[in-house]
Ligand binder design. Structure first.
Ligand SMILES: Nc1ncnc2c1ncn2[C@@H]1O[C@H](COP(=O)(O)OP(=O)(O)OP(=O)(O)O)[C@@H](O)[C@H]1O
Length: 582
């Protein structure tokens, strides 16, 4: 195995004659997911793992009933919900059958033809993602690893592609890289000591991980060595960095560069790739959604998974069909990497892993709901074309996404400031996007301008987020202070004895000062709050409901302060009258 630290080659091909590949895109060997517009839906399979010993001894019953290979019933508390998928793999289906039934071979065949393919496992912790993608975790990463029947999709894919490459009349170059994303940091699993990696975008590759170690694989053993090395480093890294390995996403990339010599003696190259992704446990996503405190989530919980959920929702929501929704790909590292696989030019297979145990029925329902949405996502698989065309294609795609995103951000700001939103433009269909009218330099200039604009809009949004956070903390402090004041002055004794009981700690002067400060803070907070609301609107991170509830808290606080001041005046009056009597 030859180790190399480099960015993989651009995904282009001079094979103009290969626009009609020998293997037209079709996800499974028998059933094509191709649709009329040339698009192809993400293939979604559900794998149900056997109940674990722990689940059985806890007395769990089965909450999933498989009706047929495409239909299942989920038995929830008071209802039964029906779900349909491309393929359902029951508990008793072994690893070899999973490989065959999910149609992975057909995807790999496309990669050898010059297409991009992504296979990813989604599901809660312990639902069998790693087992499905790689195999039994205890065996992987060990020096004495030998292939056996528990091998998952990755080792099986490795031996499949090697067999297929040997039987084809083409010369293949294979390269591989392995990385993980944890807490929005990318770590090279083949070179863990190299530190945090950055996600960049360029014309040739779209998004890519910068300075990732990419290894030349000259044999099947080299590829297995890459898998084992990555798995080993993921395990040890999980102890050093994150106690919980299920919170990181691991991504194994393999590039297949094929070369054939045409009858005229020209060399024709095609650039295919396969991504194998083992995602973090999706129950984090559920926690994220239920906690409501979005700022805390994005910091402490797996942001990539949260954004992936949003990307799947936007792309898979039927109401957006043909409307070009805003898709927040750029909001996380994982979705940047997956940009091409979801709603892009790659072919994709999602394996949703679930436990049949009734105690996880909610997590299972959540996984199945996301999987259902993912089935609505459509990709347009593209064979890599010659360099110039490929550059223009990438630029056009970048222009399209940037325009949509900037439009979305501007529209939020305008609406929040009370103006009418600008009309949304369908950039994909607008005339100005026609490639022949604009040359590559103009495309590049447009991308640069849009990216500058995007940067500014994002900075503005970040500032607004920071202010919002500050405001929340101040509000909290204010609340605590008010509670202290209330317990001091409006205690139970007051009601019982009909006369004020003033704590020794509080003199009238401190009370007046406190209230004056409180009012001052309230005023400035309210002003700050209305500025943020006007500027910010309902952007991705701060929910308009949160802003509304912040407003309502302010109103309540203000009411309490007014009440308190009224009570204070009464107390003052009482004290003065008592003093006069003395
Ligand atoms: N289909 C299956 N058959 C037998 N055992 C399985 C199956 N699926 C999963 N397991 C076992 O269940 C346990 C949990 O599986 P696994 O580690 O793959 O879950 P996971 O979804 O990757 O979890 P995490 O998100 O925490 O990494 C492992 O011991 C694994 O061997």
């Amino acid at each position: 195995m030859k180790m190399k630290s480099e960015v993989p080659p651009s995904q282009h091909s001079s094979a103009g004659s290969h626009k009609n590949p020998s293997h037209p895109p079709s996800v499974s060997g028998t059933s094509s997911m191709l649709e009329q517009d040339g698009g192809e839906s993400v293939k979604v399979c559900v794998r149900i793992r056997p109940m674990s010993q722990k689940e059985l001894s806890a007395g769990n019953t089965n909450c999933i009933e498989v009706q047929n290979p495409q239909l299942l019933h989920l038995k929830q508390k008071n209802s039964v919900r029906q779900y349909a998928f491309h393929q359902i793999l029951e508990e008793n289906i072994n690893q070899a059958h999973v490989f065959a039934e999910t149609g992975v071979g057909s995807l790999l065949e496309s990669s050898l033809d010059g297409y991009s393919c992504t296979i990813f496992a989604y599901g809660q912790t312990g639902s069998g993602k790693t087992y499905t993608m790689a195999g039994s975790e205890e065996r992987l990463g060990r020096a004495d690893y030998v292939s056996d029947e528990t091998d998952g999709i990755i080792p099986r894919s490795i031996s499949y592609v090697w067999q297929r490459m040997n039987s084809r009349n083409e010369k293949f170059f294979v390269k591989s890289g392995f990385f993980e994303i944890y807490n929005e940091q990318v770590r090279d699993l083949l070179n863990p000591s190299s530190g945090v990696k950055h996600c960049r975008w360029n014309l040739k590759q779209g998004f890519f991980v910068e300075e990732l170690m990419v290894v030349d694989c000259l044999s099947i053993d080299d590829m297995i060595a890459v898998l084992n090395e990555g798995m080993r480093n993921r395990k040890s890294g999980s102890h050093e960095l994150n106690a919980d390995s299920s919170r990181s996403h691991s991504i194994l990339m393999t590039y297949f560069i094929s070369e054939i010599i045409s009858e005229e003696g020209h060399s024709i190259k095609r650039y295919g790739k396969s991504y194998f992704i083992d995602l973090a446990g999706s129950e984090r996503l559920k926690e994220t959604q239920s906690s409501g405190g979005m700022l805390v989530e994005t910091k402490n919980i797996n942001r990539s998974l949260f954004v992936l959920g949003k990307v799947i929702s936007s792309l898979g929501d039927k109401k957006y069909r043909g409307l070009k929704p805003h898709v927040p790909y750029r909001d996380s590292k994982l979705t940047m990497v997956l940009m091409d696989s979801l709603g892009g030019s790659s072919r994709a297979l999602m394996i949703a892993c679930v436990s049949p145990a009734i105690s996880y029925v909610e997590e299972t329902a959540s996984t199945l709901n996301y999987a259902t949405r993912a089935m609505n996502i459509r990709n347009k698989p593209l064979l890599q074309v010659d360099s110039q065309e490929h550059l223009i294609l990438n630029l056009r795609r970048e222009v399209h996404f940037l325009k949509m995103e900037n439009e979305y951000l501007r529209e939020q700001l305008t609406r929040a400031a009370g103006g009418l939103p600008p009309l949304m433009v369908d950039y994909a269909n607008s005339k100005s996007a026609t490639p022949k009218e604009v040359n590559i330099h103009q495309h590049q200039a447009e991308v640069n301008t849009l990216r500058d604009e995007n940067l500014k809009l994002r900075e503005e949004r970040e500032n607004a987020e920071k202010n919002y956070h500050k405001l929340m903390i101040e509000n909290q402090n204010l609340y605590v202070k008010l509670e202290n004041l209330e317990s001091t002055f409006v205690g139970a004794g007051l009601k019982d004895e009909g006369r004020p009981k003033i704590s020794q700690d509080y003199t009238i002067n401190t009370l007046i000062n406190e209230n004056a400060n409180l009012k001052k803070r309230l005023n400035s907070l309210q002003q700050e709050n209305s500025e943020i609301t006007a500027k910010y609107g309902d952007n991705t991170y701060v929910n308009p409901d949160d802003i509304k509830s912040l407003h309502s808290t302010h109103t309540q606080l203000k009411y309490k302060v007014d009440e308190l001041q009224k009570r204070e005046r009464e107390l003052l009056d009482l004290i003065l009258r008592a003093k006069k009597k003395e």
